[in-house]
Design a protein around this ligand. Structure first.
Ligand code: TRP
Length: 347
């Protein structure tokens, strides 16, 4: 399962351990990752290096990364089928990111909307890592000769700049990198905040009521749905423009209960929002219960999780090193294998 052992297309995606995993990440990303792992050769990463672009408490970052690993597995990702690993365990990510920094223009990074948004929000910590974030992400993707990158709409621009960087590099040195395509799930996967449905459900949301967490307790989940904003007019009807709040809740219910919007509309025909939110809360509680229980069980087995991330790092490194070595050769670095004291020899 390492590198190109199969002819399957290669997938790479990742989530930052910058907060607890949300229902939005589960429904919008991980659930889809599980399905993709049936058909593709997948690498799913815990991108702790990206998380450093905002200030983290060290103990919490460590705990969240390991919890996230437990939750990936509890959500159905299988470490035997996919490569599941922690970004900082594979130094090739940092190494390629540096090289790619030198093939990325200041101007193109300045135009990234996520950088503009984040730097407007966090004026006290506009660090260089935040600026070059897309370059590290490009390294993540390009190291594995990735074909498809499942991401939300908000990350599409990052995959585009990755293609631009790869294309520029290939233009100078020949075909080193495969150009990846963004792989954006169909409607239904973009889960918005429960309290401000115009913005994505996010662990960095200032309003904690807007977010449901995969590990959240049933009574808290019920309470959050009870407080979720709806729209004027009492009908449960799918209309993202006129009724963004209700439509978001319908998306969640549709994903959690496996029903179409029409089925939901007829289920709640003539009934109010209160009934709908109660039923929705129950459906989400039942959806998350087995995941939470399995993640708790896994989190208690630290030795097992350690063996999973070690194995993941080993498999990922093998593929990543291959690309990195090619890059170093192309740009004119001297092969490391001739430097016996070099601590970064990993083959
Ligand atoms: N930037 C992505 C996000 O915040 C996370 C990420 C980092 C990623 N590296 C990646 C996603 C590589 C896909 C591929 O959602």
């Amino acid at each position: 399962m390492d590198g190109k052992a199969t002819d399957k297309k290669i997938i790479f995606s990742g989530i930052q351990p910058s907060g607890a995993l949300t229902l939005g990440s589960y429904l919008g990303a991980i659930k889809n990752w599980v399905t993709l792992s049936e058909t593709y050769d997948c690498r799913y990463c815990i991108v702790d290096m990206h998380a450093l672009t905002s200030r983290q408490n060290p103990a919490e970052l460590r705990r969240r990364a390991i919890d996230q690993l437990a939750q990936y597995i509890a959500c159905g990702l299988d470490p035997e089928k996919s490569i599941i690993f922690i970004q900082s365990h594979v130094p090739a990510h940092a190494e390629l990111a540096w090289v790619l920094n030198c093939y990325t223009m200041f101007g193109e990074l300045s135009r990234m909307t996520q950088f503009k948004d984040k730097s407007a929000k966090n004026t006290d910590n506009i660090n260089a890592g935040l600026f070059t974030y897309p370059v590290l992400m490009a390294a993540d993707i390009l190291l594995y000769q990735t074909d498809l990158v499942p991401v939300g709409e908000d990350q599409k621009q990052h995959v585009e700049i990755c293609r631009d960087i790869a294309g520029r590099f290939n233009g100078i040195y020949g075909d080193v990198f495969r150009l990846p395509e963004p792989f954006i799930p169909k409607v239904g996967a973009r889960i918005m905040s429960l309290t401000s449905p115009e913005s994505k459900m996010s662990k960095s949301d200032e309003d904690p009521g807007g977010c449901i967490y995969v590990m959240q307790k049933p009574d808290e989940i019920m309470r959050a749905f009870k407080r979720a904003v709806t729209d004027s007019g009492g009908a449960v009807r799918f209309d993202p423009v006129q009724k963004p709040g209700v439509s978001n809740l319908m998306q969640i219910y549709s994903a959690a209960a496996g029903l179409s919007f029409e089925q939901i509309e007829s289920e709640f025909e003539g009934r109010g929002y209160g009934d709908f939110k109660l039923r929705l809360g129950e459906a989400v509680v039942e959806l998350l219960r087995p995941i939470r229980e399995e993640a708790e069980r896994l989190a208690a087995d630290r030795a097992h999780l350690e063996s999973v991330y070690r194995q993941g790092a080993e498999k990922a490194s093998r593929a990543a090193e291959k690309t990195l070595r090619k890059v170093y050769r192309k740009i004119g670095f001297i092969e490391k294998k001739d430097v016996p004291s070099c601590p970064s020899i990993r083959n």
